[in-house]
Design a protein around this ligand. Structure first.
Ligand code: PAF
Length: 284
């Protein structure tokens, strides 16, 4: 396994892979790898000949009051996990190399970036789109895979890929959960023991939404009300949003019919957790 820190070295290596006819698959990450990331790597295994994992805590997707400085990092452990998974290359650039002084170019995917998570994290998806575009340009992968936990991120990236004619195929992988239902996330590490105990309520509220749809409830407001009641039982919590939207466009649904993305963000103390589920309304 090769660890590449320099951008020109990564570009040359990718050209060599392509010239020798190898399909390159990319797993973009911010490190502190967990089972969710490992499942992305595994799901890419049969799709390509070379797997590149990028590890870069991207400063431009953090707001001024967010957790950039304390975001968990453990490169040695990440390296070991990638080695065990037989990853071919880790791309591990520095912030100075990715964003040198006088860096000026950003990608804004309009509308999709402003709803849901974008409302409470202004600039977040601008940072995500920018770094992912840079990674695509540097690594030039044939395929890139993203987790469905960050569903809005996937929608934003697909839009950017279409709009800017990137020749990369975007794959997604289902959310990986702890046995009690909590979606895996590097941020789960911030939860206190008490918060961790209540964290599975997020997924329980999504399952409740699914059950209500299966019972034929078609009014999104009824579902939001029920989910709010469940989530408000978590001590020291604050709901950031609960959204019922079309999965492709993120536009709010007025009636539960066809596929609906139910997505939420909730603060447990100072930790903001997100989760989602795709449900299928009864056709009436
Ligand atoms: O999902 C993440 O970990 C990040 O948003 C990504 C896609 C690696 C961009 O920094």
């Amino acid at each position: 396994m090769r660890v590449v820190k320099q951008i020109p070295e990564m570009q040359t290596l990718s050209k060599e892979f392509r010239n020798s006819g190898k399909t390159i698959g990319l797993v973009p990450t911010m490190g502190y790898l967990h089972e969710g990331h490992m499942s992305l790597m595994r799901n890419l295994r049969d799709q390509c000949q070379v797997r590149v994992v990028s590890i870069f805590v991207n400063p431009t997707q953090f707001g001024p009051n967010e957790d950039l400085a304390k975001y968990p990092r453990d490169f040695d452990r990440d390296k070991q996990l990638c080695r065990e998974e037989k990853v071919d290359v880790i791309f591990y650039p520095s912030s100075q190399k990715m964003y040198p002084p006088h860096y000026h170019t950003y990608i804004q995917v309009e509308n999709l970036s402003e709803v849901m998570c974008g409302r409470s994290r202004p600039g977040h998806f601008r940072g995500v789109a920018t770094v992912v575009a840079k990674l695509f340009n540097i690594i030039n992968p044939h395929i890139a895979i993203f987790g469905e936990k960050d569903y809005q991120q996937v929608v934003v990236i697909r839009q950017m890929v279409n709009d800017l004619n990137f020749e990369v195929q975007i794959l997604t992988s289902p959310i990986v959960r702890e046995t009690d239902g909590l979606a895996m996330s590097s941020r789960n590490k911030y939860l206190t023991a008490a918060e961790r105990k209540f964290a599975p309520v997020l997924y329980q509220s999504l399952l409740e939404a699914e059950k209500m749809c299966q019972r034929g409830i078609q009014n999104p407001a009824e579902i939001v009300e029920k989910m709010t009641a469940l989530l408000n039982k978590i001590p020291q919590s604050r709901i950031d949003y609960i959204s019922l939207v079309r999965p492709e466009t993120l536009t709010p649904v007025e009636k539960i019919q066809g596929q609906v993305l139910v997505a939420l963000a909730v603060y447990l103390g100072s930790t903001r957790l997100i989760d989602n589920i795709i449900i299928k309304g009864l056709l009436k």
